[in-house]
Write a protein that binds this ligand. Structure first.
Ligand SMILES: Cc1ncc(COP(=O)(O)O)c(C=O)c1O
Length: 386
């Protein structure tokens, strides 16, 4: 009896291309930038910038299968994915709507680049779908959200955003980096396009920078054209690493979900901690929507100490297992101050308005033993506050 493959079967097998020359079970790394032309093997012009070599197609097809998309593309960074997806659907004179509190790099792009291209935009509130409706103008083309967002783990109701976009003929894009396709599939909720920083959970080993986009064939044709023009394809060696990372995505994220839930519980009960941001906690404002649209609550959380920025910095340097470092989603637990890292390009006023305070700590749970991580956090809290 045939059945639809489950998550870990997709992770291991979807898109992977056996080596026809040797019978090797992994997709070969095609190390050529030059291919025969005319090409008797593929019948098309093969060139890595077009992202049409088997090494590039394999992880792209795996990600598309994981997101339930007709097609996917891998790119040179998460920002290449974000910018290519947006620019595929926006031109001079258009108006776009973005959720406020996006990853700082995405906001930097909007403020630094979009306006000078003659594209205007407004921000709407993650927790208030009505504010997206209120921002729509006659020339609005696109709605862009990020849920859970970086770093406050705000939750946006994806089904409502998708419905609003459909009703108004707009393209909807969701940055699914924090959830990963293991925990959330925006396309299945009606969103048109998903973008990822593949640097994070998709690869999962903190050893490469990449991005991904997944959507319908029709939308991906436009995205592909813009990617070819902008030149943000992913090199073959990184495609191979990414494909290897994707094979364990399901089991890594399941473990990270568990670790984050237990760490959130520990921190929420600790008097030395003022506030914990984690969608799995009952008191998180997006908890109900998260339960509706996410299969797991993710491996990310943020928290504020009862003390200030000095103590937060001391906490980071007192940790012995968790590493004070930028980025997230790897097998090792990482902690950072978003005001100095992911949101450093925002002005202090902009950070203030979004709730990214100078003492907010963002924690990415790895796959270590949770007892070791909690024990480490406990001793670092004591040192930081002594
Ligand atoms: C939510 C989110 N989107 C996009 C990006 C950009 O990804 P990259 O650094 O791979 O370009 C990041 C990076 O931290 C992110 O957190």
């Amino acid at each position: 009896m045939s059945r639809t493959p489950g998550l870990n079967t997709i992770c291991v097998h979807a898109g992977t291309k056996r080596d026809p020359l040797t019978g090797g079970v992994n997709t070969p790394c095609h190390g050529s930038s030059s291919y025969l032309h005319p090409n008797p093997h593929t019948g098309e012009v093969a060139y890595p910038r077009y992202s049409n070599t088997p090494s590039q197609k394999a992880p792209a097809e795996k990600i598309a299968a994981l997101e339930g998309a007709e097609a996917g593309l891998v790119l040179a960074s998460g920002m290449a994915a974000v910018t290519t997806a947006i620019l595929a659907f926006a031109q001079k004179g258009d108006h776009l709507i973005f959720q406020s509190g996006l990853y700082g790099g995405t906001q930097y792009f909007l403020r630094d680049q979009l306006e000078r291209m003659g594209i205007s935009f407004d921000f709407a509130l993650a927790e208030d779908p009505g504010s997206f409706a209120g921002a729509i103008r006659p020339n609005t083309k696109l709605i862009y959200v990020e849920t859970p967002n970086n770093p406050l783990l705000k939750i946006t109701d994806l089904a409502r955003i998708a419905e609003l976009a459909r009703a108004n003929g707009l393209i909807s894009i969701a940055d699914n980096t924090f959830a990963s396709p293991v925990n959330q599939n925006p396309l299945k909720l009606g969103i048109d396009m998903v973008v990822h920083s593949g640097t994070k959970y998709l690869n999962g080993h903190s050893d490469l920078v990449c991005g991904a986009i997944a959507a319908s064939q029709k939308h991906m044709q436009k995205v592909h054209q813009v990617m070819v023009n902008l030149g943000g394809s992913l090199n073959m060696q990184d495609c191979q690493l990414l494909e290897r990372g994707l094979k364990t995505l399901g089991i890594r994220v399941a473990r990270q979900n568990q670790n984050a839930a237990q760490m959130a519980d520990f921190l929420a009960k600790d008097k030395r901690v003022k506030k914990v941001y984690y969608p799995g906690l009952n008191n998180h404002p997006g908890h109900e929507v998260a339960q509706k649209q996410m299969k797991g609550m993710g491996g990310m959380l943020s928290f504020e100490l009862a003390a200030g920025p000095k103590e937060a910095a001391r906490l980071m340097s007192s940790l012995k297992v968790t590493i004070p470092a930028i980025s997230l989603g790897g097998v090792e637990s990482l902690i950072c101050l978003p005001c100095q890292t992911s949101h450093v390009h925002l002005s202090p006023e902009q950070r203030q308005a979004e709730g990214v305070t100078d003492s907010l700590l963002r924690l990415s749970l790895g796959i270590e033993e949770i007892e070791d991580l909690i024990n480490d956090m406990d001793q670092a809290l004591s040192r930081a506050l002594s």
